[in-house]
Design a protein around this ligand. Structure first.
Ligand SMILES: [Zn+2]
Length: 200
């Protein structure tokens, strides 16, 4: 960020008065360009024992499989955003039940929060949108486990198939940390079904 979005003056990176961290500040009009985490929202569209996945047509992770998800827009709720992304990326209409909230991931190293909702396909009229090469339904044994685009997606669908066996889908929150060499670690922080959390 180089120039003020209000007056086009060059910004300086400094701690504003009364603040405690560096921000991009405009010395001309006094505006501060705050940068905050972004929310990515998506669904797990289910049909019978299968989940719908999208093959990415765009970078990053082009050609890899993912759940329909994307950045929230201003003026929409997290669930509305997830439904919009499901329609845009997979052409899919889904039914949402009252207990749809499923996983939340904090990714402080890349300033993102991911939220996934469980959903049921309303019908089989799905088709790839512009950001998807292909859209298909996969049962657990057919999931392309080695070709999943993002660790948060892999964790979410792994939990889904495990929970499906018991029929209970607790809400879980994870912290994801990115390390050198593309290594990613995922730690469970909250689980609505358990009194104590097994951190490993
Ligand atoms: Zn300015």
């Amino acid at each position: 960020m180089k120039y003020c979005q209000y007056c086009a003056n060059r910004l300086t990176f400094r701690i504003p008065d009364g603040d405690n961290r560096e921000r991009y500040c405009c010395s001309s009009c006094g505006a501060i360009a705050y940068e905050n985490p972004k929310n990515v929202v998506g669904t797990l569209p289910a049909y019978e024992d299968k989940l719908l996945l999208c093959k990415r047509a765009i970078e990053p992770r082009r050609g890899k499989w993912t759940l329909p998800a994307g950045f929230m827009e201003n003026g929409e709720s997290s669930l509305e955003g997830a439904l919009r992304e499901t329609k845009e990326e997979a052409g899919a209409k889904v039914i949402i039940k009252p207990n749809s909230l499923y996983t939340l991931f904090n990714l402080p190293s890349i300033n993102q929060v991911y939220i996934f909702f469980r959903a049921e396909l309303a019908d089989l009229n799905f088709a790839p949108g512009v950001e998807s090469e292909e859209v298909d339904l996969f049962s657990e044994e057919d999931i392309p486990w080695g070709e999943i685009a993002f660790p948060v997606v892999k964790t979410t669908i792994t939990n889904y198939f495990e929970d499906r066996r018991s029929g209970h889908f607790p809400v879980r929150m994870f912290d994801v940390h990115h390390h050198a060499g593309r290594r990613v670690t995922t730690e469970i922080i909250s689980d609505s079904s358990s009194q104590s959390i097994d951190r490993n």
